[in-house]
Design a protein around this ligand. Structure first.
Ligand code: ATP
Ligand code: MG
Length: 314
């Protein structure tokens, strides 16, 4: 089974307004709420691709209930730990006149230590041999150490871990040797402590992290595609030129694409192509909309794969 973990999920309340004006009361033309959060996006893309998965993390209050109900309606299983605080609601405003989007992200509830331990116990009960995708920011009251803890627990029984977090959380998470990480160039630069210019420098940085025990480093580079670095193989997958609508959720979609590949028993090369196609399909979708199966299938044959290095058996 595939599990996705979002410790600080959100209800994304999206408002459509003609044009934001500061001197009048702005009329809301349309409003919708969506279940949001990094790994919640991974769950949604997997579902769009026809892959069952279970979303985990913390939810609380009315917004938490709403989030769970929305995922249920989308056919996504959930097993969230219920907390005493209220799940955050982010506000996203679309200006129809300009096409601009304003986002206001809330901090979310503080998680009590006892609630955190309930989650840790849940990790200990996960079945062996699962795929676990972890992504997103930490809620108040939870230290980055949680990622090292989760990874250590689930790897004890042969689960595969994909970690897509940034900053200190990524640095601490790596100490437990996740199988896959997917930083963008920014996140990788921060991790190695230097600015990365050009593919050679990016490859060198990814190799450093690979040597620290992360089997597969996927570096996503926006429209330039994704670089894969493992001990024996280095590949670059590049998307075609497409009309980009919104890249919101592109990275999360790439994580889902890679997980889909592993789950379907594809090799690294093919899984990388999947990751690139899902990200690009999301970039072609408007606003917060994510990769759909037909877009993924249409992009797939257009991804260009280059072998940068292969040692041992190809
Ligand atoms: N402008 C673009 N054109 C084509 N494909 C794109 C574009 N931007 C993103 N993608 C696709 O999506 C993938 C992931 O995007 P990106 O590198 O921007 O991730 P990210 O920075 O982690 O994003 P996120 O904000 O979702 O965390 C890319 O590798 C690529 O396949
Ligand atoms: Mg990202």
């Amino acid at each position: 089974m595939i599990y996705t973990i979002t410790l600080n999920p959100a209800l994304d309340r999206t408002l459509w307004i003609q044009k934001v004006r500061d001197d009048v009361s702005n009329r809301i033309l349309e409003e919708k709420s969506f279940a949001g959060g990094k790994s919640v996006d991974v769950s949604k893309v997997l579902k769009n691709l026809g892959v069952d998965n279970i979303a985990l993390g913390f939810v609380g209050g009315f917004a938490g209930r709403e989030l769970e109900g929305r995922l249920l309606n989308e056919g996504i299983q959930t097993d969230f730990v219920h907390v005493s605080g209220e799940t955050r609601t982010n506000i996203i405003i679309h200006e129809k006149e300009t096409g601009k989007q304003l986002a206001f992200n809330a901090r979310g509830p503080e998680i009590r230590p006892s609630e955190l331990m309930e989650f840790v116990e849940q990790m200990e009960r996960l079945p062996c041999g699962a795929i676990v995708a972890i992504g997103g920011s930490l809620p108040l009251g939870v230290a980055p150490e949680i990622y090292r803890k989760i990874i250590t627990i689930v790897k004890r029984c042969q689960s595969t871990v994909v970690l897509d977090v940034d900053g200190v959380a990524l640095r601490v998470g790596i100490l437990a040797r996740p199988d896959v990480i997917k930083p963008n160039i920014h996140e990788l630069s921060e991790l190695v402590g230097r600015e990365l210019k050009g593919l050679d420098e990016i490859v060198a940085a990814a190799r450093e992290i690979n040597r620290q025990g992360v089997k597969i480093v996927l570096v996503s580079m926006g429209g330039k595609g994704i670089l894969l670095v493992s001990e024996e193989k280095e590949y670059l997958a590049e998307p075609p030129n497409v009309e980009v609508q919104s890249t919101i959720g592109a990275g999360d979609s790439s994580v889902a694409g890679f997980v889909y590949g592993i789950m379907a028993g594809k090799d690294l090369k093919e899984s990388l192509i999947y990751a690139t196609a899902t990200g690009t399909a999301t970039a072609m979708s408007q606003g917060t909309a994510l990769c759909k199966k037909e877009d993924f299938e249409a992009i797939l044959p257009q991804i260009k794969l280059s072998v940068l290095r292969v040692e041992g058996k190809g």
